[in-house]
Design a protein around this ligand. Sequence first.
Ligand SMILES: *Cc1c(COP(=O)(O)O)cnc(C)c1O
Length: 473
Amino acid sequence: MKLIFEYSRPGKEGFHIEEEKGRETIPQELLRGEIEELPEVSEREVVSHYLRLSVMNYSVDWGFYPLGSCTMKYNPKVNEAIASYFTDAHPLLPEELVQGYLKIFKELEEALREITGLYAFTLAPSAGAHGEFTGIITIRNYLEDHGEKREIVLIPDSAHGTNPASATLAGYRAVEIPSDDKGMIDLDKFKEALNERVAALMITNPNTLGIFEAKIREIADLLHKAGAFLYMDGANMNALLGQVKVADLGVDVIHLNLHKTFSTPHGGGGPGSGPVGVVEKLAPYLPGPHLEEGEGILRWKNGRGRIRSFFGNFLVLVKALAYIRELGGEGLREVSEVAVLNSRYLRRKLEGKFKIAYPTETLHEFVLSDETFRDRISTLDLAKRLLDYGFHPPTIYFPLIVHGALMVEPTETESKETLDEFASAMEKILEEAEENPEIVKTAPHKTPVGRLNEVEAARRPILTWQEYLKTSG
Ligand SMILES: *Cc1c(COP(=O)(O)O)cnc(C)c1O
């Protein structure tokens, strides 16, 4: 194998990088000889092309983006600037040369421990779903080492689809627990389902209806008594920042979505980060690597297996730490207070004309059903028409337990004027549905691309430019 990089230090172990094995095993006929000629375009044409594309799309910087559960808040540009200072280090550099970088990992871990009250964190997972998988694997590692054969993970019916998917991937059977008429986990049904075969309950708090699971402490005690764990999906931390340490609620494992709560816009499938925090007794079972300090130097140490290469989506971690340090404890507390205030304000504005899914008071988001308009227009129609009014629509048809759901999360970064304008657009669309439903059903009319045929797109996807040329003539 060819050596492509070598680093050595006098009297110490060096390291080297070898050419990847894979390159040599690609069959000859698949290797490209000469690169085909690229089209000749001027810089001016390239800039115009990409600038035009960039303004055809909607983004968090463009305007209100109340996509429930996703926390599409405005992200301060200073965090991007700070992250841009840290793009140079190769992940294979020896620890001695990147102590500053490792300190960022360490400080962020400490901050997340402080925010949640949990004992240890891994910053490795690349997304919320990846964190869920990591957290459930940690629980599985613990149970297996203690000779326990548990095969069930309980999940409320209001949960995000990634919860049952992660539990299944980790080798468990996902069993659904219904919600009660308050929109919280049904405590009696939960007690019925709890037995010695249950490894964990995955709870989202506040749940995807925006409702705080008020019985979480009692639920945690019941789980612990049965030898099971409480996993909390922390995607909705924007409602709890600085208000409560989840460890005090009896939570054993949590994942946080740094790309939702802690700066880094995540629309369009950009990089994410889903750190996982655990209580002390689970810490040895957490996948690695972990940082260890000795003789004044930080070093990576193996954990219980790994769930990705290298150490995590580093620049997302930098942005999260920058955000936390800028705001401080008081600032983070204000984030959740204003996020909840904005959401409740908007809910009150819409309550008269729209049906709120459950009567219970909500925190940072709320869910409308289609009850007041379903005989004239669909939830999808309403969402598409919002685009014509210059708003990104809320999340639609989720959670599944609400008919024609519209899940609205305004976040703390919006002004009262924006919330008022959004509320008037929603009401205006209701009026249009009465007077001229056709304009709503055929929306959007003002966007670069009209209504897509979603059924056709799913059944007969056009995935190459050759197919595209064929269909567009
Ligand atoms: C976003 C979200 C997830 C999944 O997080 P990803 O980073 O998208 O993988 C899980 N649960 C809830 C409640 C979420 O909102």
